[in-house]
Write a protein that binds this ligand. Structure first.
Ligand code: SF4
Length: 359
């Protein structure tokens, strides 16, 4: 066992790519401290001491969704008392209320909603850009796009081009869940096979649209499934170089069909961050998405490969608070984020959505 750890460590130190077998070995056998030191070595090599964040809000246009993914605490029926469904005017008024916060990004994702075609979104993006020409619109899970293009009777390429023309700047990374199709069928059968997600992101990258990538972990998957997932992402990144960041997303158990499962520990979260950082040698940024597991856990992840603290959020997402996250009203000021990053011994860098430094 010692010999195998040494071999992997040598690969890491000599800039050699580790294999999927190596990654499974890391998950199964290597102590947290050693994983942290290898992940930090790579993080330092790629990003030095810098830890990134931005000023952002989320818009979740509706939580009404046709699908019922087993892990989801967000989706509701149209007539549910907890359902919401924003109009353009509602969204524009949310956007306007954050002009004072000097936000640089609006992240838009929501349920798979039956009565909204592509025109609803292109008109929305045009309205947002009229108020905020410089704002970066990051929007849609691949799953939303698949449905949107289907009901709009439009091809993937043509649909993406229309959205880009209207102001879409990048894709969000959600909907990837776990690529193993057997697990995927158990968790979210309506989403279809992993190839759909991968094909949509590849097509977007080929059109010049970058995106993020996620992995939902800590439910019914095993280490092989996780490694197969990040291997698909690494392979696609080799082809397109279109992913800006990888975001591990932890399964949280409140208010969903999988509430009977225990949640995994913070130790397992940190191990997962570290293995992802070591394995994904071609994705520059690993995000500690603090609304999913709390600011205090996110600050620990900075010592296990994460170099991005996401953003200010300003209480604009409910996805993880509904699932039982520590952060029931997720908001952080830029000062608070700076302070946390500095307290952990890193250098805070305010960035835009493409990781260019904001001066
Ligand atoms: S995860 Fe997304 S697609 Fe699945 S039920 Fe929830 S909102 Fe709908």
């Amino acid at each position: 066992m010692k010999k195998k750890i040494d071999i992997i460590e040598n690969k890491v130190k000599n800039n050699e790519r580790i294999t999927t077998d190596d990654a499974i070995f890391l998950y199964e056998n290597v102590p947290l401290g050693k994983l942290g030191s290898l992940a930090n070595f790579i993080k330092n090599k790629i990003n030095g001491k810098e830890v990134y964040f931005n000023r952002n809000i989320h818009i979740e246009p509706t939580n009404v969704c046709l699908y019922r993914c087993k892990f989801c605490s967000f989706s509701k029926d149209e007539n549910d008392s907890l359902a919401w469904n924003y109009t353009h005017d509602d969204i524009i008024s949310i956007v306007k209320s954050h002009i004072k916060d000097k936000i640089t990004e609006i992240h838009i994702t929501g349920g798979v909603y039956p009565n909204r075609d592509i025109t609803w979104f292109t008109e929305l993006f045009v309205k947002i850009k009229e108020i905020f020409p410089q704002i970066h619109i990051k929007a849609f899970t691949a799953i939303e796009l698949q449905y949107l293009f289907r009901i709009s009777n439009i091809s993937l390429e043509v649909g993406l081009k229309k959205l880009i023309e209207a102001g879409l700047n990048s894709l969000a990374g959600g909907g990837a869940e776990i690529f193993d199709n057997e697990i995927r069928m158990k968790l979210c059968p309506e989403k279809g096979p992993a190839e759909i997600w991968l094909n949509i992101h590849e097509t977007a990258h080929n059109l010049g649209l970058s995106s993020n990538a996620t992995m939902l972990y800590g439910h019914i998957e095993n280490y092989q499934h996780r490694v197969m997932h990040i291997n698909e992402l690494r392979n696609l990144q080799d082809k397109t170089n279109g992913f800006n960041a990888f975001i591990p997303l932890k399964f949280r158990k409140q208010n969903n069909f999988l509430s009977y499962l225990p949640e995994i520990s913070i130790i397992e979260d940190l191990r997962n961050f570290a293995v992802a950082r070591i394995f994904l040698d071609n994705i520059k940024h690993i995000k500690a998405y603090w609304p999913m597991f709390g600011k205090e856990n996110a600050r620990l992840a900075l010592h296990f490969g994460a170099d991005d603290f996401d953003g200010t959020i300003y209480e604009t997402t409910k996805i993880y608070s509904l699932a039982g996250s520590e952060e029931q009203t997720p908001v952080m000021s830029p000062n608070e984020i700076n302070e946390i990053i500095e307290q952990e011994g890193f250098v805070p860098v305010e960035r835009n959505s493409l990781y260019e430094k904001c001066l």
